[in-house]
Design a protein around this ligand. Structure first.
Ligand code: NAD
Length: 489
């Protein structure tokens, strides 16, 4: 039985949106309505911000680290004890293949709550800096880390549990209170989190609040409201720019995880099959709807055709379609809007001179899936490094193959991007691969198939891919202020 939640969490109460307003939640694999979600109003959001402010100002949440760690463990246990129902709900709401819920779509982010509980337990909240005599005055000095305050968290639809929990875990662990504003397309993931927090943990009223709304702009208030101390945003670079501009009015701290156009660099001594396997699984994973997916494949010019043949063969061997089929690695896109957007990019690529070596059309499936928002896995070749599909984020199962003329050229093409989120390099000689990885201006890099994704590894972008780091100790510290104190002695 799939777990759904039709209520918001505000000030410790599971409640309907103002006036009982709801909107329809669609299954992207079928296009069918699967239920409703609360359609929060500006008034609901205002109450949630007020509750988070009061909980921060009037309770000992921010100073009781032991209690916070316990609450995070309770939340982890709550998710784990309902994992089957949440898994089913996630496949229906997100359209992600069930296989991926055993990784980044559910199980790994849930384990991240335990990671943050342990980190809160072991973190050095105060550092003794010993004595010094600045201006001749003997002083005993301490550096203290304190919670930033009220966090406004705004999240996208592509990996809702991963992104919601990668904000809620460290923000609560740091001692902040939070208003989580989820993407309109994936409301249940946030409201189930609210329900579990309210019914199966001791998290006090107001510490965690969830807001879902059909109005995708409702969260803009979180960027301007003076009661919010920090905005933690994950989404597109264009929206991130608006968030930063709005937050600038009150000099709010902003933490941004944005888009990517990451390069998968194949050096001339790489094994074609190994290289093709890595990039094929990336581009197929959740149909390319991941910010860190490597969507530009840079291949040695003299091995171009061999690499294209290898990657096409590899993609053809990976299952896609029904997300409930445990053999599938790719499902639908989240919405008709995204499906049209991705198909539009493929048309643009062809108009700008690229060739479609595989796919290129809407996925035509049968039965219930005929109404789903599928796009065929697509490989574009002869892509110019400055063309639209080499520069803009597509967010679909579309791989752009670009030729390079050696290691220096590959690094230059990889860095020819407004983004700097992720990347990968594959080579026979690992030392060469490491040297290339160090020169790529991105926040994460995989070398010869290595996976950086894990709750204890910081994740984030250089350049217009973001500001700050999520996950790892760095992820906790985004939600902390630093206070330097000195006692005269
Ligand atoms: P989006 O930018 O359209 O929306 C993200 C969130 O912001 C949603 O909750 C939306 O309702 C809200 N929003 C939209 N306009 C707003 C405004 N003016 N003020 C405040 N909030 C606003 O992104 P999306 O389409 O939901 O998600 C896809 C994007 O997210 C891709 O660009 C992807 O790369 C990016 N992403 C980045 C990461 C990362 O960690 N770097 C992770 C996942 C997704």
């Amino acid at each position: 039985m799939s777990l759904q939640e039709h209520r918001l969490l505000i000030d410790g109460e599971l409640c309907e949106a103002e006036g009982g307003a709801t909107y329809e939640n669609l299954n992207p694999a079928t296009g069918q309505v699967i239920g409703v979600a609360p359609d929060a109003s500006a008034g609901d959001l205002d109450r949630a911000i007020g509750a988070a402010r009061a909980a921060f100002d009037n309770t000992d949440w921010s100073t009781n680290a032991e209690f916070r760690a316990r609450c995070l463990r309770q939340l982890q246990e709550a998710f784990e004890s309902h994992s089957d129902e949440i898994r089913e709900m996630t496949v229906a709401e997100v359209g992600c293949p069930v296989m991926l819920t055993h990784g980044a779509q559910l199980d790994v982010p849930v384990s991240g709550l335990g990671y943050y509980a342990d980190t809160v337990d072991s973190y050095e909240w105060e550092t003794d800096m010993g004595e010094a005599k600045p201006f001749g005055i003997r002083s005993r000095r301490t550096i203290r880390r304190e919670a930033v305050g009220v966090v406004g968290a705004i999240t996208p639809w592509n990996f809702p549990h991963q992104i919601n929990l990668a904000k809620v875990g460290p923000a609560l662990g740091a001692g902040c209170t939070i208003v989580l504003k989820a993407a309109p397309d994936t409301p249940w993931a946030a409201n189930v989190l609210g329900r579990l927090a309210a019914t199966e943990t001791d998290i006090p009223a107001g510490v965690l609040n969830t807001i879902t709304s059909a109005d995708k702009l409702i969260g803009a208030t979180l960027c301007t409201d003076p009661r919010v101390d920090l905005v933690s945003f994950t989404g597109s670079t264009g929206t991130g720019r608006k968030v930063m501009e709005a937050a600038a009015q009150s000099i709010k701290k902003t933490f941004l995880e944005l888009g990517g156009k990451s390069a998968y660099i194949v050096l001339d001594d790489a094994d074609a099959t190994i290289a093709a396997m890595g990039v094929a699984f990336q581009i197929m994973s959740h149909s390319g709807q991941g910010c860190a997916i490597t969507t530009r494949m840079l291949v040695p010019r003299e091995r171009h055709d061999e690499m294209v043949d290898a990657v096409v063969a590899m993609i053809n061997g990976i299952g896609w379609g029904d997300p409930n089929d445990p053999a599938n690695f790719a499902g639908p896109l989240i919405s008709k809007v995204q499906q049209d957007r991705v198909l539009g990019y493929i048309d643009t690529a062809v108009a700008e001179g690229a060739t479609v070596a595989l796919g290129g059309k809407a996925g035509a499936l049968e039965g219930d899936l005929a109404g789903g928002f599928f796009v065929e896995p697509t490989v574009l070749t002869g892509v110019d490094q400055d063309s639209t599909v080499a520069q803009e984020e597509i967010f679909g199962p579309v791989l752009a193959v670009i030729s390079h003329d050696g290691d220096d050229d590959a690094v230059a093409i990889a860095n020819n991007s407004q983004f700097g989120l992720s990347g990968a390099v594959v080579a026979g000689d690992v030392e060469r691969a490491r040297a290339v990885a160090r020169r790529v201006r991105t926040g994460t890099m995989g070398i010869n198939g290595g996976i950086f994704y894990s709750p204890d590894m910081p994740f984030g972008g250089y350049k217009q891919s973001g500001v700050g780091r999520e996950m790892g100790v760095a992820g906790l510290e985004e939600y902390l202020e630093i206070k330097s104190m000195a006692e005269g002695i």
